[in-house]
Design a protein around this ligand. Sequence first.
Ligand code: ATP
Length: 436
Amino acid sequence: MEDMEKIVALAKRRGFIYPGSEIYGGLGGTWDYGPMGALLKKNIKDIWWKDMIQLRDDIVGVDAAILMNPKVWEASGHLEAFTDPLVECRIDHERIRADHQDEIEEHVKDHHPDKNDWTEPRKFNLLVKTYLGIIEGKQQEVYLRGEITQGVHVNFKNVVDSTRVKIPFGIAQIGKAFRNEITPGNFTFRSREFEQMEVQYYVKPDEKESMEIYESWKKNRMDWYLGLGIKEENLRFKDHSPEERAFYAKAATDIQYKFPWGWDEVMGIHHRSDWDLRRHQEYSNQKMTYRNPVTGEEYIPWDIETSAGVDRSLLMFFADAYSEGEKGVVLKLHPKLAPYKAAVFPLLANKLDLIEKAKKLYLSLKNGFMVAWDERGNIGKRYASQDEIGTPYCITIDFQTLEDNTVTVRNRDNASQERIPLESVKTYIIKKVESN
Ligand code: ATP
């Protein structure tokens, strides 16, 4: 947990993550991303979107509304089942999740070690309520979506009818979700407002074929995190036993990461059978079937879902990249994830020739990717500052540059330096970032 404190402190100090509405004392379970955090988050989502939609022919993207007709949540079962069982302390009325035994013990130990008296577990709905309409009394009660999944399922027919998708195909979405988490915590890990990135992959209702597709998604998602640099020993699958998973689910697993507090879920891969589409068909009275254009066969497809938290993924990337070198913190983010791909330094701040040349390079690089500029203090301090935010390459314009148009490129991970022609800097960096 000491590591966690360091991570939280770095995130705040360097503009990755701040407590939500901090100047008013905060709001439990909400976080704001600062300039570096917003870039890192955008990079995660952009890479995901590219891998899911741009590079594949079998997945399309949607962007559905956060507010949905409340019937959606009846159909999906969230109004009934989206609950955490809570126990209440009879002494000071603190409520804690019944399955969080360690928190219950800690509460007793910290507040009244000689008394231990709890109610039976009671259910508590996690959906966040709000109201639409301006006239008091005529307002409609609605929910902020508790997961982004349903915005995809309710558009299944629309997508089939308006595009050329053929089963098997996926619908991908990235967006915010809201849950009245009882005990938000572990930094952004459990928040009340968070972002998800999901693919609902619709397949033919066939036991064998659907299980093969489920297995291939497991591998695909694990490889994605490994490819973005997460250390293999820090990732694992945690399969759900038949008792743990929903009654309609045919298989389910979580990808877990070894966070500073222990193994915990980053994403889920679920074989959900035809549960969601069948329920929407029942509650909306609209047909949710798919007709094979060649064979004429008609069925409600099964759904293999991959659901990842953007914030949890970011926290994992951040924690995994955190390292302490001799000269301070180095955030060894995969170059594709790094907020800035490069930084440009004129060796001295008061030499016009150097500044001019460096500015020209800076502006030409900026057109292609995010670049930092720094002319303060000595070069060593500037390197250390970029290391903390994970900038993979620092380029210095010095007196030799004025003579022969070469620059030094310094590598974040091994502090090695190379001299390359000024004119090749842009392609050098693009190549390095892409090939990593
Ligand atoms: P948990 O058991 O940790 O509450 P869950 O199993 O309810 O999570 P899902 O409903 O499967 O989570 O949601 C899919 C993903 O959305 C999770 O793997 C996680 O990355 C993310 N997620 C869910 N709840 C939160 C939250 N409160 N804060 C941040 N991310 C969340």
